[in-house]
Design a protein around this ligand. Structure first.
Ligand code: SAH
Length: 230
């Protein structure tokens, strides 16, 4: 089995310690299904102070990541044949499950994390795709990068205990997933729907399909390609 490589350019490599405590992702690291190489931007900084940021031309608040250290870090990465570079930015295309699926057949993702006010505009030339994880602004690209590592890794063969769980789940089709229940049958007066205990697999399947439509209609109409039947 080939290993998926993540190469991350970041000023805060320690933020990625989180992936050593994330269940499925941690197991994928242990099983060598993924490799996460962290490239500390500071090491590519300029001068004695390893400067990585500077004031914006034209004035304004905050600091901007300089282009040279990011280019040097990117150049230093060994590029595999099937590789893409992603730039984390709230100005990018909003991440979708389909993107994770699409990238999961690559060998390598190089992920550039911004900080402060962002990066010098010329850094954008390094990116194959600019990615936002949603319409809000975080202080750095580390959490967006971890989200991508997490979401993509669980799609890799051998990662999840039950591969079937990927088929039905929300955002894999245009519908949200149906509700789940486990024991006990009654909890604080809330009952598990009878159909799920009926043992009638046909009925269960129908109920789940109906729930998927209802849920999506009530919560995320925007995802639906066509309105549900009445
Ligand atoms: N001033 C910038 C935002 C800088 S936020 C602007 O208005 O566009 C600092 C860094 O955090 C960004 O460079 C980016 O790498 C990361 N970041 C913040 N929010 C993000 C989001 N929603 N998706 C992806 N990356 C984000």
């Amino acid at each position: 089995m080939t290993r998926f490589n993540f190469d991350v350019i970041t000023l805060f490599p320690k933020a990625f310690e989180l992936i050593n405590n994330l269940g499925v992702i941690t197991r994928a690291l242990e099983k060598n299904l993924i490799n996460v190489n962290l490239h500390d931007l500071r090491e590519y900084g300029e001068g004695n102070y390893r400067q990585v940021d500077d004031k914006p031309y034209g004035g304004g608040s905050g600091m901007v990541l300089k282009p040279e250290p990011i280019y040097k870090a990117h150049d230093s990465i060994n590029k595999l044949p099937n590789s893409k570079t992603l730039l984390m930015t709230p100005q990018g295309k909003v991440l979708k499950q389909q993107d994770l699926l699409r990238w999961s057949s690559l060998d390598q993702l190089i992920i550039i994390c911004g900080q402060y006010e962002g990066f010098d505009e010329r850094v954008r030339c390094l990116a194959d795709e600019e990615v936002s994880i949603g319409d809000y602004v975080l202080s750095g690209g580390e959490i967006p990068a971890i989200s991508i590592i997490n979401g993509l890794t669980r799609l890799l063969p051998g990662t999840l205990g039950a591969p079937g769980s990927l088929i039905d789940e929300s955002h894999n089709s245009s519908l949200l997933e149906y509700p789940h229940y486990t024991r006990p049958r009654v909890f604080k007066n809330m009952k598990v729907p009878d159909v799920l205990i009926s043992g009638n697999h046909k009925e269960i399947k129908l109920w789940r399909e109906e729930q998927k439509l209802k849920r999506t209609f009530n919560r995320r109409k925007d995802l639906m390609k066509r309105p549900p039947p009445n």
